[in-house]
Design a protein around this ligand. Structure first.
Ligand SMILES: [Zn+2]
Length: 284
């Protein structure tokens, strides 16, 4: 595990260790540039970490964090006048990358980061993250790819892709981009961590009584899906994820979020303490 130190130093600096994949993908040449958003007090240490990981700092800018009014996310803005910055955006590239001295990553950030155009333009045209979560949770009749299942971060910290928001969980190009970084996960995570993270990427998500439940343990046989309630089962309140103005009508329904691995589910069961009960549901 070449990047074990990287992951540990990020944790010590109170930065989410899953950003290791953002940094390692640049250090390994999977993509040309990366950026990190960190709190202002983490700036010096982050620069040291990047330099120790064979990355050159290209540029940075100070930003101000505001809670997104529409979703669980935060938004970062350029500071104006005498506002105090709370965060910093640091751009970096591999030490082997030759850059033009006039290179300015802020001209077209999404393109330089290697993110798909469709995802970049959606991100740039939105003022809050509500539309993203609405799309992720309530896009009818679409098959979502487990490879870009960002929803699992509601329940589990790791995410095997750089920290970006696909335009939808059905975006082919975002899936391709994410797959490019799969080649380096063995350099960052242990076998156990990889196994556990996949478990959450595949875990069915059920919306019931305004709560999103995640079932890492489940069985799927002959299009019959059984969700197993055990100590790994978790939930979050939908209100804490997405503003109610984006909710469809969910009164009394059980809504199963349709991912590729469970796409043909015809019958749904829930198993708790050995007792199995069938649930009426809709795939969304
Ligand atoms: Zn896209």
């Amino acid at each position: 595990m070449k990047y074990l130190n990287l992951k540990e130093s990020l944790s010590e600096c109170e930065i989410n260790p899953r950003f290791s994949i953002d940094i390692a993908s640049v250090a390994e040449g999977v993509r040309d540039f990366g950026l990190l958003h960190i709190e202002i007090y983490q700036k010096e240490k982050t620069i040291e970490i990047l330099q120790r990981t064979n990355c050159n700092i290209i540029n940075f800018r100070d930003l101000k964090f505001t809670k997104d009014l529409e979703s669980r996310e935060g938004m970062l803005y350029d500071i104006t006048g005498c506002e105090k910055p709370t965060h910093c955006e640091i751009w970096y590239c591999s030490i082997n990358k030759k850059i033009d001295p006039n290179f300015d990553p802020f001209i077209n950030p999404g393109e330089f980061l290697g993110y798909p155009k469709c995802c970049v333009s959606k991100y740039e045209s939105t003022s809050g993250m509500g539309l993203f979560y609405k799309e992720y949770l309530f896009s009818d009749n679409k098959i979502r790819y487990n490879e870009i299942n960002r929803l699992c971060t509601l329940f589990f910290p790791n995410l095997f892709m750089p920290d970006f928001f696909p335009c939808s969980l059905s975006c082919e190009e975002a899936k391709e981009f994410s797959l490019k970084t799969q080649s380096i996960i063995n350099l960052i995570y242990t076998k156990e961590e990889i196994k556990e993270t996949y478990r959450y990427k595949l875990a069915p998500i059920l919306l019931t009584s305004e709560k999103l439940y995640c079932f890492p343990n489940f069985k799927l046989e002959n299009q019959r899906l059984t969700l197993i309630v055990d100590n790994l089962t978790q939930f979050v309140n939908l209100r804490s994820v997405l503003d109610t103005k984006y909710w469809p009508s969910i009164d009394g329904k059980n809504l199963l979020v349709n991912f590729k691995n469970i796409e043909n589910t015809e019958k749904l069961f829930i198993e708790s303490n050995g007792i199995v009960e069938e649930l009426k549901f809709e795939l969304i």
